[in-house]
Ligand binder design. Structure first.
Ligand SMILES: Cc1cc2nc3c(=O)[nH]c(=O)nc-3n(C[C@H](O)[C@H](O)[C@H](O)COP(=O)(O)O)c2cc1C
Length: 323
């Protein structure tokens, strides 16, 4: 059965139910599904002083929040897989419905609010997994943790997950947890990163994931802060707010333009900075999107929405050697 036909059927149902159903199939039937969806094998390794990916296209956070389907996602051939956002304690997230498709715009909108089975559950899955792709672990605070105590959530999660991760991501940019984006302010950010630095023992690379909705003029000082705090990179970007579309964060084509401005500015600012990487996420759906960003110095890319719209073929579409 072709992916187009599968998509036609799945897109008739609620987006979150389809996501949960598909992910559970990935988790429970990897053997059967591996036959249906062959691996992307055309790997061209990309490396920096912080990251070693088997190809330049990684799976962005949010797809496999609890690390239940890593074996199958690894089989598909992503250059890296980022799990999470993981919160310390289990929580349900926001009220449903909370994932919406905007097919004409090749976009999604989600108002999930970090539903997560909690750090212990995720750790139990990681203990069973032997990763081949680079593994990123994206962490966030619980909804009921006050901003003033957020640093403890992040540092506890770094302490727990550093040994499993190839890189960790401090997520302070989801629009769906009240006031989370305030953690991007200098005082909160400094406090979080200071606490995180106190518990790092293996010196795994740490990235901060940022929103596309901040002032471009603030990026330079934000970057300086991260470099001063021994952070290894930025994931740019998370989803954007489009109030005319309804609640939640928008991803895919409708995010592209905003994300590009942030990515290009960061690539420009970091061009001569050693040991600091920009992972580009946001509306990456064609080979041209990647080559345009490569011209500006980008090496690492992540996809979420184009994986939903193009299926596993997205890796061929984006990263085939000869086309
Ligand atoms: C349904 C959904 C859930 C997401 N959940 C998370 C999350 O838990 N943590 C996170 O950092 N980003 C999350 N994201 C954001 C993606 O990781 C990515 O940054 C964003 O969607 C932009 O990439 P895209 O345009 O390729 O989708 C989510 C995105 C979607 C569509």
């Amino acid at each position: 059965m072709s992916f187009d036909l599968i998509k036609k059927i799945l897109f008739k149902f609620d987006a979150e139910k389809v996501h949960d159903f598909t992910l559970n199939q990935f988790a429970s039937n990897p053997f059967y599904l591996k036959k249906l969806f062959p691996s992307f094998k055309d790997h061209q390794y990309v490396r920096s002083s912080n990251l070693a990916w088997r190809n330049k296209v990684g799976l962005a956070a949010g797809f496999d929040k609890n690390a239940i389907a890593l074996e199958f996602l690894d089989h598909l051939g992503f250059g890296a897989i980022e799990i999470g956002t993981v919160t310390p304690r289990a929580q349900l997230g926001n009220a449903k419905p909370r994932v919406f498709r905007h097919p004409k715009e090749l976009s999604l909108r989600n108002y999930l609010g970090f539903p997560c089975k909690g750090a212990d559950f995720v750790e139990s899955n990681l203990k069973l997994y032997k990763p081949k792709a680079c593994l990123g672990i994206n962490i966030g605070k619980n909804k009921d943790t006050p901003l003033a105590h957020a640093h403890a959530d992040y540092s506890n999660l770094v302490k727990k997950f550093e040994k499993y991760a190839d890189y960790l991501v401090v997520n302070v940019s989801s629009p769906n947890t009240k006031d989370l984006r305030k953690l991007q302010d200098v005082s909160f950010m400094s406090e979080i990163l200071d606490e995180v630095n106190k518990v790092r023992v293996l010196n795994k690379p740490i990235f901060v994931k940022i929103s596309p909705d901040e002032e471009l003029s603030d990026l330079e000082s934000f970057l300086k802060l991260l470099i001063d705090k021994n952070i290894q990179g930025i994931i740019a970007t998370n989803t954007t707010i489009r109030e005319d579309w309804g609640r939640g964060g928008v991803s895919g084509e409708a995010l592209k333009e905003k994300a590009r401005l942030v990515q290009e500015r960061l690539l420009e600012l970091t061009y001569y900075v050693d040991n600091f990487d920009i992972i580009c996420a946001g509306g990456i759906s064609t080979k041209n999107d990647i080559s345009d960003l490569e011209k500006k110095g980008a090496s690492f890319f992540q996809v979420y929405t184009s994986f939903i719209y193009q299926g596993p073929q997205v890796l061929n579409n984006l990263d085939r050697k000869n086309s």
